[in-house]
Design a protein around this ligand. Structure first.
Ligand code: COA
Ligand code: AMP
Length: 631
């Protein structure tokens, strides 16, 4: 079937389309129907089916005689270790940890927070939760203690599973002190913590609360897979919104598995048994969908990579991993390729490796600039596929479905809508606009299976922030356009979210932190263009009247404060003290105009600006720091 036929059918007959896709999943009770509309505008899929995610990701492959196949390859240039785990070994490890969690009182529906580096145990812990119906919430290791505390208070976990440390180039990041600080800050008290001791840094354990990973599991009986209902949350994953309170995206189990399974062959073009690599982190949605669940459910070998595209040890690491492990498809963020290209513009390191088995590169997480895509295509000689999605959707909204057919590529476009996504560009009034016209990218409800159904503890916020603006539609938060052939172009966010090295961050959250500095009266954070990271945050600070402290001291403290409160992942290094912020007459800060000035882009003077002279002051302050940067 062609892409066009598949897509048409998915919209004309969603029931038939997704019930057919659901046959690829093992159910203990098959669903009686696919779509449940009773709670519209909240739509649910496969609600009355019963299944277990861990069974589908692990056990069923062992039962089918594929227990000897490698399930997980841990490749860690940061520690110099490579390890392999077969599906049978993975099942045994997961069942044992699951058994120990049950023994310690964790049951179906209980939350477990995971704060883990890129080690196979991170996947073992995710799957162990899934095995017993516990809901995991993975927190990215680059977040600071405060961010972890916010998530602990929202998810109210029964347990936290963590490790003694993560490893970043040139430094060991002790996780345990961060966890201890988060637990001291949080109002909620988990019953216990399980800590994986890594040889690079042993953590001190709190007696009675913390258990060492192995000791915790000693003598535990392996737990069987507990079937859960189709709408049972597989996980909560917090993502940045417009404020410091992150949004807990809830992913129901059944739709998640059905949709991901469909994508592995049809988008990523891999067959069961082949090696699939998503070079991301378990703390992001890409890690959930394409390091853990997607490839395993589909019977692929997945790679847990603990390293960076450059510097571990060089810009040839990706090629070494692809050649050494026989990777068929790689999924990463464009920023990784910009970093590699900067170090190895002629691709000399690429030619040192045998990449004959490599078939396709997939990019997402931020805009894939045509320059980087063209470079990658030239250097690798394989299709380079840009695709567009977000934490909320859990899988691609738009892509070039390589496993179905390779559609013509259009530069700057992540191609076309995937099954079940009726993507339209809307004007302010919520009306679809003609091709080629800019507007808000929205998806007609219902969203397909695998997407979020609510925000944890915040259904009203879910409805208001995603479904409220355009009734009958899901608002993606991205602006863009569609051409005559249905190709989508993603241009900008319509909210305060910025994308730093493929990591989604909230400028609003950074402003909340900066505003807490005792000398700061008012502030604004914008994203400015960066040649490697795509965007980096820049903060403008207005100091309290009468504050005569040196500006550079306050700026340094502001940078340190964001690192301490949000974490190093925010990459917040640019803070500027200014006298005034540009505002509209009604007092709205003109962040977009400031960003355009910082990037050296043309802009129209906002008609509602209060005092145009403030823009000259901002231009001068930026100029003193070398912005707009040349090129
Ligand atoms: N634990 C602790 N700290 C972490 C961390 C983790 N898991 N991940 C990142 N950090 C820290 C880094 O050490 C760095 O700290 P520093 O300010 O002391 O240098 C900071 O957070 C920023 O990290 P990062 O975004 O990785 O930037 P970088 O400058 O170290 O590397 C790239 C730049 C482009 C190589 C890197 O961003 C990268 O590999 N990007 C790939 C994108 C990606 O995986 N995206 C996921 C979505 S698909
Ligand atoms: P995240 O939730 O972290 O996956 O971030 C999702 C956001 O990243 C989207 O809403 C977009 O703003 C951006 N994004 C993701 N993929 C792409 C892409 N292929 N092109 C442009 N922007 C993208």
């Amino acid at each position: 079937m062609s892409y066009a036929e598949i897509y048409r059918r998915s919209l004309a007959d969603p029931e038939g389309f997704w019930m057919e896709a659901a046959r690829a999943i093992d159910w203990t009770r098959p669903p009686s129907k696919a779509l449940w509309t009773e709670r519209a505008p909240i739509y649910e899929w496969f609600r009355d089916g019963e299944l277990n995610a861990c069974w589908n990701a692990v056990d069923r492959h062992v039962e089918a005689g594929r227990g000897g196949q490698v399930a997980i390859i841990h490749d860690s240039p940061l520690t110099g270790r490579i390890a392999r785990l077969s599906f049978a070994e993975l099942r045994d490890r997961v069942a044992r940890l699951a058994g120990a969690l049950v023994r310690a009182g964790v049951g179906s529906g209980d939350r477990v927070i995971l704060y883990m580096p890129m080690v196979p145990e991170a996947l073992v812990a995710m799957l162990a939760c899934a095995r017993i119906g516990a809901i995991h919430s993975v927190v990215f290791g680059g977040f600071a203690a405060h961010e972890l505390a916010v998530r602990i208070d929202d998810a109210t976990p029964k347990a936290v599973i963590s490790a003694s440390c993560g490893i970043e180039p040139g430094r060991i990041v002790p996780y345990k002190p961060l966890l201890d600080a988060a637990l001291a800050e949080a109002a909620h008290r988990p019953d216990f913590c399980v800590i994986l001791q890594r040889p690079e840094a042993e953590a001190a354990l709190v007696a009675g609360r913390d258990h060492e990973w192995e000791a915790f599991q000693a003598g535990a009986a392996p737990a069987p897979c507990l079937p859960v209902r189709g709408d049972h949350p597989a996980y909560i994953l917090y993502t940045s919104g417009t404020t410091g309170q992150p949004k807990g995206v809830v992913r129901p189990t059944a739709g998640h598995l059905v949709a991901l399974h469909w994508t592995l062959r049809n988008i990523y073009a891999v067959e069961p048994g082949e090696v699939f690599w998503a070079a991301s982190d378990v703390g992001w949605v890409v890690g959930h969908s394409y390091i853990c669940y997607g490839p395993l459910v589909h019977g692929n070998t997945t790679i847990v990579f603990e390293g960076k595209p450059v510097g571990t040890p060089d810009a040839g690491t990706y090629w070494r991993v692809i050649a050494e492990h026989g990777v068929r498809s790689l999924f990463t963020a464009p920023t990784a390729f910009r970093a590699i290209r900067r170090e190895d513009p002629e691709g000399k390191l690429i030619r040192r490796h045998d990449l004959s088995g490599f078939r396709a590169l997939f990019l997402a997480g931020e805009r894939a600039d045509p320059d980087t895509v063209a470079w990658a295509e030239r250097q690798l000689g394989v299709p380079v596929i840009d695709h567009w999605w977000q934490t909320e959707t859990g899988w691609a909204i738009a892509a070039n479905p390589l496993g179905v057919e390779r559609l013509p590529v259009k530069q700057g476009s992540p191609s076309v809508a995937m099954p079940g996504y009726d993507v339209q560009v809307l004007d302010e009034g919520g009306h679809p606009v003609p091709p080629g016209t800019l507007g808000a990218l929205a998806i007609r409800l219902p969203l397909p299976p695998g997407t979020l159904t609510t925000l944890w503890n915040a259904e009203a916020r879910f409805v208001k922030s995603y479904l409220g603006h355009f009734p009958g539609w899901y608002e993606t938060g991205d602006a863009g356009m569609k051409d005559e052939d249905g190709y989508l172009y993603i241009m900008a966010r319509t909210d305060d979210v910025i994308n730093v090295a493929g990591h989604r961050l909230s400028t609003g959250a950074m402003e909340e932190v900066l505003a807490s500095h005792p000398d700061v009266a008012e502030c604004a954070v914008i994203g400015v263009a960066d040649p490697v990271k795509g965007q980096v945050p820049m903060g403008f600070l207005c100091l309290n009247r009468g504050c005569d402290r040196p500006h550079d001291a306050v700026e340094r403290e502001a940078v340190a404060l964001v690192r301490e409160r949000i974490g190093p992942v925010a990459a917040f290094r640019l803070a500027l003290v200014v006298d005034r912020l540009p505002k509209t007459r009604s007092g709205k800060i003109l962040r977009g105009t400031m960003a355009k000035i910082a990037d050296g882009q043309p802009f129209r003077m906002p008609a509602t600006i209060d005092d145009p002279a403030v823009l000259d002051e901002i231009r001068a302050a930026l100029g003193a720091r070398g912005y707009p940067a040349a090129g």
